[in-house]
Structure formats: C-alpha cells, structure tokens
Design a protein around this ligand. Structure first.
Ligand code: NAD
Length: 496
C-alpha cells in the first residue's frame, strides 16, 4: 500500500485538512510510487505561521553558540545516515548515487560551518565622534522565514537556507519542491532529532502556485529565501517588493565553459562532460554552452561526441550508471523541443537528441546526452536555460569574443575557462560577468564555506553559503551608550 506522508505543523506530523495528496514517483521507473504527499490548502498556513512565531519567541533568545550545537548534531546525524538519505534522494529525484551522496555531504559541511558561526555573528565596535560615548553594531534575528526550494538539490539547497536561518535565531516555514518531498520529511526529522524546538520548523508540502504563493504573500512571514526558476523568482519578487519583505533569490543559469587553444584539452574534456551531463544537466551551474576556440574546435568536438555517446544512461541506483533520468515528463519534452528549435535554427545534432530506446528506459524520463554544433550567438539554444543534458557548442576567434559571448546572456551564475595562460586566467576572473568563475575546472563545484550566487537574472544581489548568508538572515542594529552624563548632540557638539 502506498505510504501517505504528512506535514509538520505546530509541533506534530499531521494530515492535510483537505485530505488531498500529490503522488511522487521515481523518475527512472514511474510505476515505483515513492509516496503520497499533502497538497496543502493555503487556509492551513495561518496555523503554521502562528506556531512558527511562537517558536521564534523562544529560539531567538537561545544563545547563538547553543543554537549552533543543534546544527552540529544535525550534521552528525546526516553524516551517520548519509547512505540511507542518498538512496531516498536518488529514488525520488533520479540523479546517480555518487551525486546524492555529495548532496548530503554538502548539507553536512553547511551544518558544521553554521555551528561554528554561532560563535561569531560579528558586529562592529567603532569609535564614536563624541567623548564618553560608545558605538557598536550587532545582529538580530528577524522572525519567520519562508523557505521555498527546487527539486535538483533536495537536501543541499534547503540546508544552505535552513541552517543559517536557524543559526541566526529565526524560525522557518519550509515548502520543498513537489518533486522531492520525501527528502524534505527526512531532513525535518533530522532537525527534530538534533534537538530543534518543534515549533521552529513547519513543513508544508504542496504546489508552488497554491501553498508556495501563500507563504510568499503571508504578512506573518517577513523573510523569504527562494531557489528555482527565474520566472517563479520574479513573481515572488513582485510580492516581496510590495510587502517590504526581505528576499533572497537564486534562479536560472546559462553557464559557459570556454576552452582556449593552449588548454589541457583532456582536462577540459573531462570538465565539460561532468559540467554538462552530471545531474543530467539539471544543475543551476550546469554547463549549457561550450565555447571552443576555432583552432581546436573540430578536434575537441570529435573527442567530446565520442565520450558523450559512451556515457551510460539508466537508473541512478545502479553503480555503473553515469546519467540518470530527467525529473519529469515536461522536463524531457523541453529537451526534445529545444533540439527541434536548434535544428530549425541551423544547428547540427552531433550526438543524442532523442530518447533512448530499450525496455529499461520505457518507464523513465530519459534523454540522451546531446551535443549541438553550429550554434550561433543569437540562437535560442545559446541563450535560454534548457535544464537538461543538451550542450550547445559555439566557435570563437579570440579571447575578447569568447568573453563577449559568455557575458551576453540574461543570466550570470557561473563560468569556466580552460587555459594555461596566467594573464588570460586573471582577465577571466575579472571580466566574466558571473557570480562564480572557475579556472581549469568545470562550471560546477561550489564549496559550502564560500558565498554562492549569480548576477543579472540569476539573483537579486544576495549570496548563499559562506559568511555572507548570515547577513541575510539577520538585521543589523546599532547601539550608542553615552556615559558623559550630559546631552551630547551628534554633528553639533563635536569638539573638533
Ligand atoms: P521552480 O521555479 O519550478 O520551483 C521552485 C520552487 O518554487 C518549488 O518548490 C515550487 O513548488 C515553488 N513555486 C512554484 N511556483 C511558485 C509560486 N508562484 N509561488 C511560490 N512558490 C512557487 O524550479 P524547479 O523546476 O524546481 O528548479 C529548477 C530551476 O531552479 C532552474 O531554473 C534552476 O536554474 C534553478 N536553480 C537555481 C539555483 C541557484 O542557486 N541559482 C540552484 C538550483 C536550481
């Protein structure tokens, strides 16, 4: 019998009041039903918000180093259960086990980083303009944060948001992707077992347009952290702007790997195979464009196509598999549609371009690793996010042109350049218009203790990860203490 999962609201695991559920299936084999998850009605949100507000009252007063201990424990539990959680994630999301293990590891790293940050959360003490007066700033928690996450990193992305939010003393309402709800239940269980006071976390499942929208619009939720498509982020941004909410947006990408003629081509080849086809191309940092210098273009394409064609497709639970399925039918249809668009625009399909045939693929959303050549700068496949294993190859003549091509898209998450020229490397890290640039490494591979995020239509100026995210989840307050015993007027009574 199919398991019915529940929401976590007001300190208890509860069924949705409307009795409605969303079926979650294994994208590698859709007859494998992972479970039924609440299709929560927005009318249930008030109760969750009130509970989170109560949770905040107590939790915000717990000393930050003590809050950090809860996160340390959460990291320990994730570490002990890494294998179990990785299997749950692969079953519901499709990416291969090595990658879901990495997904859990990222959450572990983030937990340990957050735990230590509980002893920092620095403010500033600075001299006052006036005698016998003290001036300092410090950080205060904000309240209830709405956390809305995508499917592609079912544990890592929530951890980037939830751990810092909690460490800073906030409570959260967590709405995971409707495609990866199972990992979310597991994650919340870990937090509770680690000792988080139950009212500090509310887990509400359901569709983005209903419960996600309700969280974004709720007046009792003053902060929002969203990762997902630029289109959804824009709609949340409009609400947050109108309601004066604090908002962090991490959105789409169209990342490029540049290969210069002096590069180690074997290394560049390994890099693009991992960057373009890892996670079946469903990473925000996935390599979606490969920019090849004209001198090495033909040779590189030949080697790439040979390697891409030999990648093993299949169920991510099997050790020999390199590339799992896409998340759902619509994602596969999108890849097919973009291949058609590319052909209509004059590009050539060098490999892949369609679904694999064979019994083992009949029940999953598989799409072959695809390489398109002859893509021009104004083609849609050179500019739009596809979010699948479809790589567009563009040819360039010199460094300036490569940088222009990299920078001319709407998005600005990550970029990569392969070169042995130190001057070109430094030009790239300064001139490529992205939040992250890798030199001699693929477009993917962020580390938990550095800020993560993008420019232009990828973000709204905030960063996840590293030290910067702790500023997002706190409000700066300034305090002045005048111990002169007399009225001192700033800017008027200065004695110099
Ligand atoms: P999505 O935008 O469809 O959904 C993301 C989340 O938003 C889900 O939980 C969904 O239910 C919710 N949602 C949908 N409509 C909503 C609405 N109107 N109001 C509130 N919530 C709503 O994205 P997805 O398909 O799950 O993920 C893929 C996208 O995420 C890609 O564009 C990818 O680039 C992006 N992404 C970006 C980063 C980054 O850090 N920049 C990381 C991972 C994924």
């Amino acid at each position: 019998m199919t398991e019915h999962f529940r929401n976590f609201i007001s300190g208890s695991w509860i069924e949705p009041a409307n009795g409605q559920y969303i079926e979650n299936v294994n994208p590698a084999r859709t007859s494998d039903i992972v479970g039924l998850f609440p299709d929560t009605d927005p009318s249930e949100l008030d109760v969750a918000v009130e509970s989170a507000q109560r949770g905040f009252e107590d939790w915000s007063r717990v000393p930050a180093p003590e809050r950090g201990l809860v996160l340390k424990k959460a990291g320990d539990l994730l570490s002990e259960r890494k294998e179990e959680l990785a299997h749950i994630m692969t079953r519901e999301m499709g990416k291969v086990l090595d990658e879901t293990r990495g997904d859990v590891q990222e959450a572990i790293d983030t937990a340990y980083y957050a735990a230590v940050e509980g002893r920092r959360l620095f403010g500033h003490t600075v001299p006052s303009e006036l005698r016998s007066k003290w001036a300092m700033s410090f950080r205060r928690p904000i309240g209830v944060f709405g956390i809305i996450t995508p499917f592609n990193f079912p544990v890592a992305v929530p951890s980037w948001k939830i751990f810092p939010a909690l460490l800073c003393g906030n409570s959260i309402i967590y709405k995971p992707s409707e495609d990866t709800p199972s990992s979310a239940n597991y994650f919340v269980d870990v937090l509770l077992e680690a000792g988080l006071p139950p009212e500090c976390v509310q887990l509400v499942h359901g569709h983005g347009e209903t419960i996600g929208h309700a969280i974004a619009s709720h007046p009792g939720v003053p902060g929002l952290s969203f990762t997902g498509s630029t289109e959804t982020g824009r709609s949340i941004g409009e609400i947050a702007g109108r309601m004066h909410k604090r908002l962090s947006l991490e959105m789409g990408g169209k990342n490029a790997q540049i290969v210069m003629p002096d590069a180690d081509l074997e290394l560049a080849l390994e890099g693009v195979l991992w960057g373009a086809f890892g996670t079946t191309g469903q990473r925000c940092t996935a390599t979606s464009r490969l920019l090849l210098h004209r001198e090495i273009h033909d040779e590189f394409v030949e080697r790439l196509v040979y390697k891409a064609d030999s990648l093993e497709l299949g169920d991510g639970q099997h050790a020999q598999v390199d590339v799992g399925p896409l998340i759902h039918e619509a994602a596969r249809d999108k890849c097919e549609a973009y291949v058609e668009i590319a052909c209509a625009e004059g590009a050539t399909v060098k490999c892949g371009g369609d679904q694999p045939t064979g019994k083992e693929f009949g029940e999953g959303w598989f799409f072959k690793p695809t390489v398109l050549t002859g893509v021009q700068r104004d083609h849609r496949t050179a500019r739009e996010e596809i979010f699948g294993p479809v790589l567009s190859v563009l040819k360039f003549n010199d460094t300036d042109e490569a940088f222009e091509i990299n920078n001319e898209v709407l998005y600005g998450l990550s970029s990569s350049i392969y070169t042995t020229d130190v001057n070109v490397s430094f030009r790239a890290i300064q001139e490529l218009d992205n939040g992250i640039t890798y030199v001699n490494a693929p477009t993917i591979g962020a580390e938990a203790h550095l800020p993560f995020g993008g420019v232009k239509a990828t973000g709204n100026g905030h960063r996840e990860g590293g030290w910067e995210v702790y500023e997002f989840y706190t409000e700066t307050k300034v305090a002045y203490l005048d111990y002169s015993g007399r009225l001192q007027r700033a800017q008027i009574d200065v004695e110099w």
